[in-house]
Design a protein around this ligand. Sequence first.
Ligand code: BG6
Ligand code: GLC
Ligand code: GLC
Length: 916
Amino acid sequence: MQTHIQKGPHSQLLHQLRSSLLSLCSDSHLICIYNFFQVDRFLHKMRLNDEQLNDISARFQAEMKKGLSAESNAAAAVKMLPTHVRSTPDGTEKGQFLALDLGGSKFKVLQIKVREDQGIRKGGVEIEEKTYPIPNEVLNGRGTELFDHVSESLKDFMHEKNINPKKKHPLAFTFSFPCEQPTLDQGFLLEWTKDFSVRGLQGKDVVDSLRQAIKRTGGMDMEILAMVNDTVATMMTCGFDDKNCEVGVIIGSGTNACYMEQLNHVDLVEGDEGQMCVSTEWGALGDDGTLDDYITEFDREVDACSINPGKQIFEKMVSGMYLGELVRLVVLKMAKLGLLFDGRVTNALRTKGTITTAHVAAMEEEILESLNLSPSADDCIAVQHISTIVSFRSSNLVAAGLAAILTRIQKNRNTRELRITIGVDGTVYKTHPQYPKRLHKVVRRLLPECHVRFVLSESGSSKGAALVSAVAQRLASRKRQVRTLNSFKLSWEQLQLVKARMRAALQAGLKTDGPSEVKMLPSFVYRTPDGSEHGKYLALDLGGTNFRAMLVNFKKGLQQNTKLYHKIYKIPLEIMQGTGEELFDYLAQCVGDFLDYMGMKNTRLPAGFTFSFPCEQTALDTATLLSWTKGFKATNCEGHDVVDMLREAIKRRDEFDLDIVALVNDTVGTLMSCAYEDPQCQVALIAGTGSNVCYMEEDLRDGDEKKMCINTEWGGLGDDGTLDDIMTSDDTEVDQNSINPGKQRFEKLTSGMYLGEIVRRVLLNLTIRGLLFKGYVSEALKTPGIFETKYLSQIESDRLALLQVRSILQHMGLEGTCVDIITVKEVCGAISRRAAQLCGAGMAAVVDKIRENRGLDRLNITVGVDGTLYKLHPHFSRILQETTRALAPQCDVTFLPSEEGSGKGAALIAALTRDP
Ligand code: BG6
Ligand code: GLC
Ligand code: GLC
């Protein structure tokens, strides 16, 4: 034995010690003690006490800070790579994914199904996988060869599992190497680690390389949604079962850890809110010398013989790729010193890689024998002890690293008591029998105040990668939805343009004789009421889905004491769209009923008739219907005097008599009714089934009175194409499928009759594109008109919880997931917002015109408003007002909701005719 000893003073001493021990006693226990002692002495530098571990932890903390900061990142050894994963799983992830897992000791292709509405947590996940060996020449070949191998394996897997190659498949990619990720689906390889040294990929986007390879292989259609590091994927896998899992660690061929960091600490990514997972790449700790005082001659040798000398220093002390090698070098050295195997050194022992991590984990006699070392019992014990020290150092170092990460999280959260779960994977952790226990114990000892739970990722990292992809897929489809919704967003410039166009159209309508898109119809109402009106009047109101008959009793100077009696009659669709005679006969019948009800059939009352359609008037009581709008299309009315038609119907009925003294548009009625309360009221807006405005105009043509209320019929703006640039394809479809295509374009963008229909169209198109309702086009969704304004108002109400919105949708026959519901809400919001803004832009044009008519710098004015959209919608009125104010900054506009509707206004006009 002595003959083989290289006699340094150290080994001599040991040898002497051994001999003296043996001469004292032949007890085998003592031999063991002697061997232990010898090995311990030999490897004392590898035995780290808690003080040293805390010191390493502190050094790592400083390195993490350096890596996170934008200034020092470039020089930092620990790269702290942002991963663009912003949240741990929340249980809503689902879908079917193909996955690639490249970078661990095995390359795998997988298919992962997370079943609809079950979630992984409920066991609704199925994984099928196949391992494909990577030939050595590929590992050390060119990048294109590696990815060709990867993509051919993928194709083979699809073939084997009968996966339809014609369909587009979402793909999740676990790539366990340091990558700079500008986005979730890009990864620029910084450096190869472990045993990969493939040429031509460093600095390249590996996702793109994979994409190219898939294209080269052909016959597959893949959408690579996300590339994730194995640590991140592990955290996500474990995070699905344990909400506290915010750290992921791999102790496998390589080693690395990731954790959820506060986004405002991640300098390299914009944004301050929330968290982002950072892959620390802690394997590189020490690459700048930080760990030099802990490094042994064996570590130096392992590093020098690796494919990346000087790099991944921490990893080389910790991970499976190197542990076996460390043990071999120690054993070799000790044998050479004659401290083992009687000084025998075999070729096998001299050969790199002959002791593996698996051997370290289960250091047994056989391996030593297979190395032709014919070990004695105490050799075996000694080598076992070496293995223990090397693997113990590994778990200690990982514990120090984790202590650093947990301390950081603890500081971020500003708490002493941290409850956290660490997801772990990797062959060392999984196969070394003592490793997990030792690691857990030391972490808990270093951080006694933390409640740390360790969870082994049973199903590898691909499940987590699929989860990340599921979120990415959801985000991608959301992005496409958002893109659709963007076309409903109006810029400030567009709104100003709409205002200018409205302004020009108002002017043109006033000044030209011929047809114009905004008709500017004279109402023959010359003034607003002044409170002197008195007497009993009948008011009739036709224009929405209901017909109202009303008796109003005005008391002079006592606006508050006005008495009102009314009855509402629904107008059946067949009447709305039957013949004119039928319609007016029906109205006469309703009036007869009302007079009966009031017991006034024999009094000949003066009546005002609110008729909410565009009429050419030559006097207050003559009105030729120009065209039906909204849902009406009774025949033989357009071009006829509707006052006459009503008079004739009453005559035909021959039950009662009426003195119809005025026909007014609903806007005009509203103006009168509101001006009765507030003399500043000079404009009225209807935002209901239809959309229209009237106002007191002073800039009239020669020969006319000084002032007259003009019914703008602004709903016609755009009928000559002026709004084409803001109309979306959904708007055009709604217009084309209406009963008056090409007409009332502005109204179709702004009023209750159409908003729901636009919403339905958008939802239908999103569904057809597979972005909603799982792509299932239900009968309900195909039904025009299901989306009434009232639903729009309910859905957009901030007071309703998602579940309530869901039940409203169910009521309409639309079944959706939470995400669907959020989308529906957003679609409604986008469309009603645009409507309110357009009305605001139009209103700004009107009030500015009045201001300029009067030559004022500032105008104080009240706008009377009526209509279900204005009154019931939760946001319409606010957005309308904001837009009007912003676009007409020189006007102080007050919006006054009309109390009694326009019927009262019609009665007031009737009263005005009596009280000139
Ligand atoms: C596996 C993951 O479970 O663990 C791999 O799916 C990862 O992506 C690996 O790289 C790490 O362990 P090892 O020991 O195979 O490197
Ligand atoms: C290496 C890689 C790292 C990976 C780790 C575990 O350290 O650089 O990205 O997470 O191995 O596989
Ligand atoms: C339609 C009618 C118009 C009416 C408006 C509001 O636009 O054409 O006359 O004022 O609806 O009801």
